[in-house]
Design a protein around this ligand. Structure first.
Ligand code: BTN
Length: 234
């Protein structure tokens, strides 16, 4: 595996993207860093992570793209994280649609996938993952949690990363099969749930996701699909 460790960078997603533009890199090249000065979260948010305490890394996906739609890739990554946490660390977690991994109802991990297109075809994907590992305090982030807070153990970041990448490599051999487990780990699956929307509260039973990655809710007996612009978690 081609793993690059950096002391600091702006964002591992951006770093991997610009290195790949300069020279061809092998599939699954991974960059991880002790510090991000401009870590990126979903929807233009900033990803903040205490220096040297957590895993902030990006993985280059070059293969399988013909078969995998962007949302299928998101499903494979989400399921891989949850199953890896369960199998390797005995930690139960859930996928909070579309990009968060929760444990004990707190955010343990965030995913930012950037798909790069060339001539209208998906050329490659950058999988950015921020996993809270050894951080003990989250100032202004009351809904965050780390592995250390869950287990009372300190983790070796590099060992953890290698173990995760091995799971990912294995799962990418059979991605469609892995993606099938998505609903099993979906937060609030089959539960009546309230969401915010621009037109007020939307309530319904979480039924899964459609092919485009929209969340399907059963609202008053009818199944409807919502994207992130139409629906926010309360
Ligand atoms: C989110 O939950 O909003 C997604 C967070 C993704 C953070 C990771 S950290 C490594 C990679 N580099 C970035 O700039 N962002 C992702």
């Amino acid at each position: 595996m081609n793993i690059v460790k950096l002391h600091a960078t702006t964002s591992t997603n951006d770093e991997l993207k610009s290195r790949f533009r300069e020279s061809e890199l092998p599939h699954l090249t991974t960059i991880y860093t002790m510090e991000q000065t401009r870590g990126k979260g979903q929807q233009g948010a900033t990803w903040v992570s205490e220096k040297g305490k957590n895993l902030t890394f990006s993985v280059l996906i070059k293969e399988n793209l013909q078969k995998l739609s962007p949302f299928k890739l998101n499903q494979v990554i989400s399921v891989t994280i949850v199953e890896w946490l369960k199998d390797e660390l005995q930690i139960q977690s859930k996928i909070k649609w579309p990009n968060d991994i929760l444990s004990v109802r707190h955010k343990l991990c965030g995913i930012l996938i950037e798909n790069v297109f060339a001539k209208d075809k998906m050329a490659y994907s950058i999988i950015g993952i921020g996993l809270n590992v050894n951080q003990e305090e989250f100032v202004d982030l009351p809904k965050a949690i780390s592995l250390k807070q869950i287990t009372n153990r300190e983790f070796d970041l590099e060992e953890l990363l290698i173990s995760f990448l091995e799971h990912l490599k294995k799962n990418l051999r059979n991605p469609l099969q892995i993606a099938q487990n998505y609903n099993k780990y979906l937060f609030n699956y089959q539960q009546f749930t309230s969401f915010n929307s621009s037109s007020g509260t939307i309530e319904g039973i979480v039924k899964g996701t459609d092919l485009d990655g929209k969340l399907i809710l059963e609202v008053q007996g009818e199944q409807k699909a919502f994207d992130l612009k139409e629906l926010q978690w309360v």
